[in-house]
Design a protein around this ligand. Structure first.
Ligand code: SIN
Length: 181
């Protein structure tokens, strides 16, 4: 491995929207964190006036978060920093590469509670209503959620929080179709 190679871990859109070059892609697990749709999105899935909701990670010592790790060249971080600019910061960690059964140093992007775009939690119905109503330059907020659930299924990952939101969002979308029919 060249010395300027780095691993970056994706747990949200970085799993399914890969708009950067990479040298390797591996299913990976992060210990001590869990996904939450608690971060506001002003620039991708919402607008500054009506932010959408996207995932960040919150500490949870007993949890494992499965995602995808990419081995990238250092230069890729300029693109990722720009893409993740709305409240996310780089964080260093140890990552477990599932198929290699090896641990490596890596980076992930986290939107901490003290960033201005942080929205925090709510009940699933409230979060789902917010997601269904939100749209931004990268598309609808519902598509972000549904692309993530599809990608997680392909990884064999069952994330209770994300799957509950998917169920609520699909229910709301069905209701809207039935009402509009
Ligand atoms: C990530 O995917 O790792 C960060 C959150 C996002 O961009 O959706």
């Amino acid at each position: 491995m060249a010395t300027d190679d780095h691993w970056v871990f994706g747990y949200g859109s970085l799993i399914y929207k890969v708009d950067f070059p990479f040298l390797d892609r591996e299913v990976a697990t992060l210990r001590g964190w869990e996904r939450r749709f608690w971060q506001g999105s002003h620039d991708h899935r919402g607008t500054p006036e009506a932010p959408g909701r996207v995932v960040t990670l919150v500490r949870s010592p007993a949890s494992l978060c499965r995602g995808v790790a990419y081995r990238v060249e250092e230069s890729v971080f300029a693109h990722l920093d720009h893409r993740e600019k709305n409240g996310y910061e780089r964080h260093r960690t140890r990552l477990y590469l599932d198929h290699r059964e090896a641990t490596v140093s890596g980076t992930f992007y986290i939107a901490a509670e003290d960033n201005p775009a942080f929205l925090g939690g709510g009940d699933d119905r409230e979060l789902a209503r917010h997601i269904v109503a939100s749209h931004g330059p990268s598309g609808s907020n519902a598509d972000y959620l549904l692309s993530l659930t599809q990608a997680l299924r392909e990884l064999g990952e069952h994330d209770e929080h994300v799957m509950n939101l998917e169920r609520e969002v699909l229910r709301l979308q069905n209701e809207a179709c039935t009402a509009g029919a």
